[in-house]
Design a protein around this ligand. Structure first.
Ligand SMILES: [Zn+2]
Length: 221
C-alpha cells in the first residue's frame, strides 16, 4: 500500500490530539491515521508536546528560558521529535473499512446499510449525531458525482478505489477538504467502485440545471 498523498490540515491533527473535534471529524481523522504513518507520527508528537505543556503549567513555571520547566519541555520536545515511528496497525488484513469505521458500521462494507441515491451512487449514514454528519458513499467505477458546492465544509477520506476532481487525484487514505468556496465535480476511477467516508456539516448543494433538479434527492434527513 502506498502512503497517502493528501493529508488533513495540521490544525485538524492538533484539534484531534486535544479532543476539540466533533465525533464525525474525529472518526475521519482516526480512520486516516490507521492508513497514514506520517500523520500517526505527527499526532503522537502533538500528544507529547501537549503533555509537556500541561506538565510545565502544572509546575507553575513562568516559562522563562532559564526555568526548570522550560528545560523539561525542551527535553520532551526533543524526545518527541526523535521517537521511533509507531508500528503499522494490523487490522483484519482484508477489511476495506478501517477499524474505527467498522465500529460504527458493525462490520465491513457489506454490513453498511446502503441506500440508493442516484444511478451509480449509494450512501450509508453512520449513527453519529452532532454538528457534523458522517456517511459512507459508494460511487460506481467511472461515474461522475453531480457538480456540487457546499454551504460549509466537506471532508472526504477515500477507502477504496479513487477519484479525481479539479484539485487532484485521491486514493485510499487520501483526505480531500472542500469548503464553501469549492465547486467541484469528482469522477470515480474506472478500475473499482469508489468508497469514501464523507463528513459534512451541511448537505451538498448541487449547481447547474441538473443539480437544481436533483437537489431535493440529496438532502440528508
Ligand atoms: Zn496523513
Amino acid at each position: 500500500m502506498t502512503a497517502p498523498h493528501h493529508h488533513p490540515a495540521p490544525d485538524m491533527l492538533l484539534d484531534y490530539a486535544t479532543g476539540a473535534l466533533s465525533e464525525a471529524e474525529s472518526l475521519l481523522i482516526a480512520a486516516h491515521l490507521t492508513l497514514c504513518p506520517a500523520c500517526r507520527i505527527a499526532t503522537a508528537e502533538l500528544d507529547a508536546v501537549g503533555g509537556a505543556l500541561l506538565e510545565t503549567l502544572a509546575k507553575g513555571d513562568d516559562g522563562g528560558e532559564s526555568g526548570a520547566g522550560f528545560t523539561a519541555l525542551a527535553a520532551r520536545l526533543d524526545e518527541a521529535s526523535t521517537h521511533q515511528p509507531l508500528p503499522p496497525q494490523h487490522n483484519a488484513a482484508a477489511a476495506i473499512l478501517p477499524a474505527p469505521v467498522r465500529h460504527y458500521v458493525g462490520g465491513d462494507l457489506a454490513a453498511a446499510r446502503w441506500q440508493w441515491r442516484l444511478p451509480g451512487l449509494h450512501e450509508a449514514k453512520l449513527p453519529i449525531t452532532g454538528p457534523f454528519a458522517a456517511h459512507l458513499l459508494r460511487v460506481a467505477p467511472g461515474r461522475a458525482m453531480p457538480r456540487h458546492t457546499h454551504d460549509s465544509r466537506e471532508l472526504t477520506l477515500v477507502l477504496q478505489g479513487g477519484f479525481h476532481d479539479g484539485f487532484g487525484h485521491f486514493q485510499r487514505g487520501d483526505v480531500a477538504d472542500a469548503n464553501a468556496q469549492v465547486d467541484h465535480r469528482p469522477v470515480a476511477d474506472l478500475s473499482l467502485a469508489c468508497v469514501c467516508l464523507v463528513v459534512t456539516d451541511a448537505p451538498p448543494r448541487l449547481t447547474g440545471w441538473l443539480g437544481r433538479l436533483l437537489n431535493p434527492l440529496l438532502r440528508h434527513s
